[in-house]
Design a protein around this ligand. Structure first.
Ligand code: NAD
Length: 428
């Protein structure tokens, strides 16, 4: 649990980080000034304040956001976050990262992100449903199956997506409803979700780690790793890396940190977490560990899978790993990046590493549009194909431009978008 995220809010913002990363890559490829102007800004920023009736009959006001960064490649696409620290600057950054992510993966989607600023753990299920539905209603036609498609992110899940879909469909003509279920992805399978979407981000992380290992001739058997965040992304990455023979040494979430040098069984921990309000605290098969020491764990791979700004000037010097695989969006700030490079720690950047989520969301969207249902083998093999291609493009760009992998990933994304803008021109 790193207070840096909160402290950082007073200093550099996450959007500053995005613009810094963008400028570095844009300079390197001499991106045309006009295209640069467009991509450095978000397109639409929607802020809604809406009332919701609480269980005790009182009304509470909430603030929700949807930021649409760019839709040159396809409909706006990106997750929805429920968290007390959600604010416009963070949503802007997350929306922008989504544009780069789809461009690197070469999927026909743009970038968006949304969120509501509140702590969902303090509300009942009924209240959560009303908050979700009222927010969806407030967004109105700012979302839509061919326009802007939300998905799960921090503290949201398939149930939240089912409520969003149902609310959206209830606001359109009855005869249109069944052909619009792709207004959200990450739905429960019975309600039109895709098999493999729940594990998709973790699966993508593991595919990229395996690519990295192959490239570096690093044997994952007997390798060690630790994971920050044990929600959707962190738990699946932990579980799916295990069959390669690697050992999970430590896990941290909002409730604390745990460590076991003999290894933590991620499946067993997940069962515990499911019955412990989603938290690792109190897990008896690993020892509690000081949060401040967590990033000092000596291991081969660190997978941050929680929030932004965890690898910073303060924490990066403590890292003793060979690879950081960014499951979370924006876990490394600008200074953290420099320190990782100085320490020769490899990095699979977020916009490549965690793209599995949006890739399988794209598959869900396609299946809904075509009234198809793919099996897990098909989903996994297509995911592996797309994310592996993205990895190869980034590795090639890093070599060609003699630069770090984050900048290389940006270069791949910007090259793709640049081509599209050149082909289409700027209206009018
Ligand atoms: P989640 O809500 O399922 O899990 C979040 C986890 O982070 C929880 O275990 C929580 O306890 C932990 N956490 C929260 N604050 C923390 C703190 N201060 N210190 C340590 N741990 C903390 O969310 P998720 O969907 O797994 O998303 C995690 C990250 O991955 C986010 O950055 C998200 O944007 C990114 N991401 C998610 C997806 C997806 O498909 N869900 C896709 C791409 C990227």
């Amino acid at each position: 649990m790193n207070d840096d995220f909160i402290n950082k809010k007073k200093e550099t913002t996450v959007y500053d980080t995005v613009i810094h990363q963008f400028n570095k890559a844009a300079d390197m490829i001499n991106l045309e000034p006009n295209i640069r102007k467009i991509l450095a800004r978000t397109t639409n920023e929607i802020v809604v304040h809406f009332p919701v009736k609480m269980d005790d009959g009182e009304v509470e006001m909430f603030t929700g956001y949807r930021v649409q960064h760019n839709n040159a490649l396809g409909p706006y696409k990106g997750g929805l976050r429920f968290h007390p620290l959600v604010e416009i600057d963070e949503v802007r950054a997350l929306a922008t990262w989504m544009t780069w992510k789809s461009a690197i993966s070469s999927i026909p989607l743009g970038g968006a992100k949304g969120g509501i600023q509140f702590d969902p753990h303090k509300y009942s299920m009924d209240e959560l449903e009303r908050i979700t539905r009222r927010f969806t209603y407030a967004l109105g036609n700012n979302i839509g199956p061919e326009y802007d498609i939300p998905a799960p992110d921090v503290n949201t899940n398939s149930q939240i997506m089912a409520w969003m879909m149902d609310t959206y469909l209830s606001t359109i003509q009855p005869h249109e409803r069944n052909r619009c279920i792709h207004v959200v992805t990450g739905k429960p399978i019975e309600s039109g979700g895709s098999i493999g979407r729940d594990k998709a981000t973790g699966q993508g992380i593991v595919y990229t780690i395996k690519q990295w290992a192959a490239l570096k001739k690093f044997n994952l058997k007997n390798a060690t790793y630790f994971v920050q965040g044990f929600g959707n992304v962190g738990s699946w990455a932990s579980i799916l890396l295990k069959p390669s023979g690697a050992k999970l040494l430590g896990v941290q979430d909002v409730s604390g940190s745990i460590y076991n040098e003999k290894g933590i069984d991620a499946n067993d921990l997940l069962e515990y977490v499911k019955n412990n309000k989603g938290m690792i605290k109190g897990y008896s098969k690993a020892a509690p560990m000081n949060n401040q020491e967590f990033l000092s764990i000596k291991a081969d791979i660190f997978i941050p899978s929680a929030l932004e700004n965890q690898i910073t000037k303060k924490t990066a010097p403590n890292l003793k790993v060979k690879l950081v695989a960014e499951g979370a969006n924006g876990p490394t700030d600008i200074e953290g990046d420099h320190i990782l490079q100085e320490k020769n720690i490899d990095l699979i950047p977020d916009i490549l590493c965690n793209a599995g989520g949006v890739i399988v969301s794209y598959f869900e969207w396609l299946q809904n549009k075509r009234s198809e249902f793919w099996d897990l083998k098909e989903v996994d093999s297509k995911l592996q194909h797309i994310i592996t291609n993205g990895f190869t493009r980034v590795a090639t760009a890093a070599k060609k431009h003699k630069t770090d992998w984050r900048t290389a990933a940006y270069i791949v994304a910007l090259d793709h978008l640049k081509t599209v803008y050149k082909e289409r021109g700027i209206f009018p």
